[in-house]
Ligand binder design. Structure first.
Ligand SMILES: *Cc1c(COP(=O)(O)O)cnc(C)c1O
Length: 384
C-alpha cells in the first residue's frame, strides 16, 4: 500500500463480523472499563482505558504508519510524551545531548524538572555543526535529542550523519519531528531510533486538540515506553484520539497546501524592503538548503523573518494584520503569527535569545491553507 492510502486506512478497517456495525470511521469509545465473560480473558484485549482503549489503539496504529514505524503511542501532550520517554530511558547521572535551539517547553522540562529535581544532565550544542556535536559526546551521554528544522530559526541538522555518530557511540537518537510532520520527513528511515511529535501541531492540524506521540520500531524500547505510558498515565483521551485520527486523514492535502503557501509568502517577504532576512528552508539562500533537499520531501509551512526597525515596528506590524491570528502554536489550517522574543521564547534571557539569533525584530509565521493571495495581501498592507 502506498503512503497516502495507508495513513487513511490504517487502524480503521470496518469491522464486518457478526454483531459489529461496519463503522467506516472509528467510534469514540468513551468507556473507562471493559466487561469480560471470564476472569482471565479481557474482551477484545481491553481491560481499562488507561492501559488501552479501542479509539486510542486505532490512532496508535495510524501514528506508526505515518512514520513507517512498527509502533506508535499517543500521549496527552507533546511534553507528556517527552516526560514518559525520559523517565523510560534515562536515570540520575545520565546525560542528554540536545540541539541548542529547542522548543522552549522542552528546555524548561529538561532543565527545571529532570536536571534540577532528578539530576539528569543536559548539554546543548548547535547540532547543525557535526564536528561540534561529536566533540560534545561524553561517556555518560545516553540520548541525542534533535529538532530539525528548529524553532524559530529553522536550522537544519543532518539526521543521517548524526544517526551514524549515535550508533557508533551506542547512543539512542530521538528526533522531535513536530515542525515538518511525518509527511515531509521520516527520521526513522534516516537512522533515528525514536520520533516524537506534538500532535497538537500539524498531525491534528486544526488547533482543537493538545496531544503527543512517539513512534519507533525497536521492540525492547517500545516495551519500556508502553509500560510507562500505562504506569505514568499521561494518555490521550478517546475524544482527542478521534480528533487526531480525523486530522491525519487530510495530512497529505494540508501539508502540500501549507508548503505551497509558505513558498509564496517566503518569496514575497524576501523581496520586501522592510524585511531584513527570511528564514525558510525552501529558499536556496537558507544555509541548510542542501541537507533539507536531501532529507526532507518538502519544506513545510513555517517561516521566520526579521523586520527592519526592531520591536516597535514589529508590534505595529503585528497589530495591523487582519487575517493572521496573533497566537502561539502552529500547524493549524488557519494562519498564525507571533513574536518569539515576547511570546514563545520569552522565558529565555535577552542574552540567551541573542546568542541563538532571536532578535527583537524576529517574527514567526505558521502559514495556513487559506488562499495565498489573501495572505500576501494582508502582509503587504500591514508592512505598509
Ligand atoms: C509544541 C511543541 C512541543 C510540545 O508539545 P505540547 O503538545 O505543547 O506539549 C514539543 N516540540 C515542539 C517542536 C513543539 O512545537
Amino acid at each position: 500500500m502506498k503512503y497516502n492510502t495507508k495513513i487513511i486506512q490504517e487502524g480503521e478497517k470496518p469491522n464486518l463480523k457478526e454483531g459489529a456495525y461496519g463503522d467506516v470511521s472509528i467510534p469514540i469509545h468513551l468507556s473507562s472499563t471493559f466487561a469480560r465473560k471470564e476472569v482471565e480473558t479481557p474482551t477484545g484485549g481491553y481491560e481499562y482505558s488507561r492501559s488501552g482503549n479501542p479509539t486510542r489503539s486505532a490512532l496508535e496504529k495510524k501514528l506508526a504508519a505515518l512514520e513507517l514505524a512498527d509502533f506508535g503511542l499517543a500521549f496527552s501532550s507533546g511534553l507528556a510524551a517527552t516526560t514518559t520517554l525520559l523517565l523510560s530511558l534515562t536515570k540520575s547521572g545520565d546525560r542528554v545531548l540536545a540541539s541548542d535551539d529547542l522548543y522552549g517547553g522542552t528546555k524548561r522540562l529538561f532543565n527545571r524538572v529532570f536536571d534540577k529535581q532528578y539530576s539528569v544532565k543536559f548539554s546543548y550544542v548547535d547540532t547543525s555543526n557535526i564536528s561540534g556535536l561529536e566533540k560534545a559526546i561524553k561517556s555518560d551521554t545516553k540520548l541525542i535529542w534533535l529538532e530539525t528544522p528548529t524553532n524559530p530559526l529553522l536550522k537544519i541538522s543532518d539526521i543521517k550523519a548524526i544517526a551514524k555518530i549515535a550508533k557508533k557511540n551506542n547512543i539512542l537518537l530521538v528526533v522531535d519531528n513536530t515542525f515538518l510532520s511525518p509527511y515531509f520527513q521520516k527520521p526513522l528511515t534516516l537512522g533515528a531510533d525514536i520520533v516524537l511529535h506534538s500532535t497538537t501541531k500539524y498531525i491534528n492540524g486544526h488547533c482543537d486538540s493538545v496531544g503527543g506521540a512517539i513512534m519507533l520500531s525497536e521492540s525492547n524500547v517500545f516495551e519500556k515506553l508502553k509500560f510507562n505510558q500505562n504506569a505514568v498515565g499521561a494518555i490521550l483521551s478517546p475524544f482527542d484520539s478521534f480528533l487526531t485520527i480525523r486530522g491525519i486523514k487530510t495530512l497529505a492535502l494540508r501539508m502540500e497546501r501549507h508548503q505551497e503557501n509558505a513558498l509564496r509568502v517566503a518569496n514575497f517577504l524576501s523581496t520586501h524592503p522592510k524585511v531584513l532576512k527570511v528564514y525558510y528552508p525552501g529558499l536556496p539562500t537558507h544555509p541548510g538548503y542542501d541537507i533539507a533537499k536531501k532529507q526532507m520531501t518538502g519544506f513545510g509551512g513555517m517561516i521566520s523573518f526579521e523586520i527592519r526597525g526592531g520591536i516597535s515596528t514589529a508590534k505595529r506590524f503585528l497589530s495591523n494584520l487582519k487575517l493572521f491570528a496573533l497566537a502561539e502554536s502552529l500547524g493549524g489550517v488557519e494562519s498564525l503569527i507571533e513574536h518569539p522574543a515576547k511570546m514563545t521564547h520569552a522565558s529565555l534571557s535577552k542574552q540567551e535569545r541573542e546568542a541563538v539569533g532571536i532578535t527583537d525584530g524576529l517574527i514567526r509565521v505558521s502559514v495556513g491553507i487559506e488562499d495565498a493571495r489573501d495572505l500576501v495581501k494582508d502582509l503587504k498592507q500591514a508592512l505598509k
